[in-house]
Write a protein that binds this ligand. Structure first.
Ligand SMILES: NC(=O)c1ccc[n+]([C@@H]2O[C@H](COP(=O)([O-])OP(=O)(O)OC[C@H]3O[C@@H](n4cnc5c(N)ncnc54)[C@H](O)[C@@H]3O)[C@@H](O)[C@H]2O)c1
Length: 311
């Protein structure tokens, strides 16, 4: 049975283990996903990148094609048919026709959701829901990750021919610190990032039995096109942000650390830590104690992201 202890974050990441591994990644045309694609290409992996942003994806493929076997494919992760087509194209392209590492990174951050009380008589005019009641963001950030992960696990990892692969296969989910603390006002986003933890918790044991390592990265705010508008506000408050490279490193670790089964890594400006998302760690709760994070981290979490009523 694989180890389920805390991840040893002091050892060096085994980047050499990425050579010739087959990587499938969504949301890879921009931000964190793009950083991950560069890292995988730098270390000799074969990569299929999916995204809705075709021109950025095509440019990335062109930029990296001299150093890696890489293909960009349009995918809209909120569409089941699009994800099936994406996976089929990827399996045709990749050597051995199977995936070794999957990172469903595509995501969006919507505007805050407000209750905005209104009289029930207005229900008569609600044929088409307002954008913030449509579930669009949940369709991308959560349903999209659920569909992609299940499709890849069922059809993409080659488990039908090799039931217990070695080295183990790796799926790295992208949740968020908001998946532990909540992010007051970002109701839909918070829902999706907690939901990704649900996927981690609901599947990690079953997949571990098949030598598939399901883990998650949970970054604090990072300066990317998704969060660009929020960063100046944090800077004004004197709150540092996580660097893209820190998240990329956490993904590389989870993609290669053969002892990491069912763990989450918090990626904070001050560094990485195991989220303690199991019974021994209070299901992630203890990781937020001052003892675990240190005084400054606790101030960050309670000040910048707390959804405690009254705080
Ligand atoms: N930036 C942060 O502070 C932060 C913190 C924690 C978690 N995350 C998560 O990291 C992931 C990447 O975010 P980012 O900050 O790099 O943002 P980003 O906007 O730079 O990248 C997200 C990518 O997802 C793609 N995408 C959006 N909708 C899609 C769809 N329907 N189908 C396919 N691709 C789609 C976008 O085109 C974009 O390239 C997201 O899941 C986000 O929730 C980000």
């Amino acid at each position: 049975m694989p180890s389920t202890g805390l991840i040893d974050l002091k050892t060096a990441v085994n980047y050499a283990a990425l050579k010739d591994r087959n990587v499938l990644i969504t949301g890879g045309a921009s931000g964190l996903g793009k950083g991950m694609v560069h890292m995988f290409a730098d270390h000799g992996a074969n990569i299929v990148v999916g995204d809705v942003q075709e021109s950025l994806g095509a440019a990335l493929e062109k930029e990296l094609s001299s150093k890696a076997k890489i293909k960009f494919v349009h995918v809209d992760v909120s569409s089941f048919a699009s994800q099936v087509a994406f996976l089929r194209t990827a399996l045709d392209f990749l050597p051995r026709n199977e995936i070794d590492i999957f990172v469903p990174c595509a995501g969006v951050l919507g505007p805050p959701t407000q209750v905005s009380p209104a009289p029930p008589s207005e229900l008569a005019n609600l044929g088409i829901p307002a954008d913030d009641l449509s579930g669009r963001l949940i369709g991308i950030n959560l349903t999209g990750v659920f569909i992609g992960t299940l499709l890849v696990a069922r059809y993409g990892l080659g488990l039908h021919k090799t039931p217990k692969p070695e080295p183990a296969k790796s799926i790295v989910l992208v949740s968020s610190l908001a998946g532990y603390t909540g992010a007051e006002g970002s109701v839909e986003y918070t829902t999706t990032k907690f939901g990704i933890r649900g996927l981690l918790r609901g599947m990690r044991k079953q997949l571990a039995g098949m030598n598939v390592r399901l883990n998650a990265v949970c970054p604090f705010y990072v300066d990317t096109p998704m969060t660009g508008h929020a960063i100046p506000v944090l800077q004004q408050l004197g709150i540092p942000v996580t660097a893209v490279g820190q998240v990329v490193e956490a993904v590389a670790r989870l993609a290669t650390d053969e002892s990491a089964y069912g763990r989450s890594i918090f990626v904070m400006p001050e560094g990485l830590s195991d989220g303690g998302d199991d019974s021994a760690g209070g299901h992630g709760g203890r990781a937020f104690s001052t003892e675990a994070l240190g005084e400054q981290w606790t101030v960050l979490v309670s000040g910048a992201m707390s959804d405690d009523i009254g705080s």
